[in-house]
Design a protein around this ligand. Structure first.
Ligand SMILES: *Cc1c(COP(=O)(O)O)cnc(C)c1O
Length: 257
């Protein structure tokens, strides 16, 4: 590690290493608190807005799961980091426009933001057209909190049976698509400085997953993608298997991201 005349990237590297160390300790503590195995939780480094040389500092520190929220931006970085492709797992965590489905089906290792049957059908068609690739792992994004601004299947903490039935139908239709592999659910809690505010949203996502399992016994739905910088420890206590963390690793982003 450098001691004097450090370059920007060397300083950033040591900050990122310290941040990842602190987050990892928090993940382990939250898991133990909930009687969970820390190795069941995967930390996704959310790399949106950050250039490849910055991303590489997190990769060098041991994070191989990377999250991007825009297809075009991810495409450029995946190309720039092509030499690392085999050891990296790229997750799409932002809204997917249908005209980007073809590219997304090719680029990503997992899509967290699947939010309609029509989009699923499109992704399935494009994934099926690729040669020698496994089914694309997908998570269904659910809007639990009812905020207008959030993408996802509209749900409530206590959904009516009609709403739940409609969601079960949608999940069953998506699960029947051969080139997609439905692995669970994803949500974004409303922004708050008070992490406990997010707990009911995360608990509701887990309950919804458990209800889906009862209705679709052939679906294991092992994954819950929930928790960001402000609330990932609460999400882990409520069952998160993927936490998506940006600012706690890389620092604040420019606004509007
Ligand atoms: C940006 C983003 C994150 C990471 O947010 P931080 O507050 O930086 O941890 C997680 N999930 C999604 C969907 C995002 O868009």
């Amino acid at each position: 590690m450098c001691r004097e005349n450090c370059t920007f990237i060397e300083i950033l590297r040591s900050v990122i290493i310290q941040n990842i160390r602190a987050i990892t300790e928090q993940i382990i503590a939250a898991a133990h608190h909930a009687n969970r195995n820390p190795s069941d939780i995967t930390l996704i480094a959310v790399t949106k807005t950050h250039p490849p040389d910055v991303i590489m500092q997190a990769v060098a520190a041991g994070l191989h799961h990377l999250g991007e929220n825009r297809v075009q931006e991810a495409d450029e970085k995946i190309t720039a980091l092509a030499a690392e492709r085999a050891r990296l797992r790229w997750h799409l965590i932002g809204h997917l426009q249908s005209n980007k489905a073809k590219r997304a089906a090719h680029l990503f290792d997992m899509i967290h933001s699947l939010d309609s049957v029509a989009l699923a059908e499109r992704l399935n068609r494009h994934r099926a057209a690729l040669e020698a690739v496994p089914p694309l792992p997908v998570l269904l994004q659910v809007n639990i909190s009812g905020e207008d601004t959030k993408e996802g299947f509209a749900m409530r903490p206590d959904p009516t049976s009609a709403r739940l039935d409609a969601f079960v139908q949608a999940v069953a239709a998506i699960a029947a698509l051969p080139a997609l592999d439905v692995q669970g659910l994803m949500t974004i809690a409303p922004y708050s400085d008070e992490p406990e505010q997010a707990r009911p949203v995360f608990a509701a996502l887990r309950t919804l997953r458990d209800q889906l399992r009862q209705h679709c016994p052939n679906l294991a739905l092992p994954h819950l993608s929930m928790g960001m910088t402000n609330d990932f420890t609460v999400a882990i206590e409520e069952g998160a298997t993927f936490v998506r963390v940006g600012r706690a690793i890389f620092g604040e982003r420019p606004p509007l991201h």
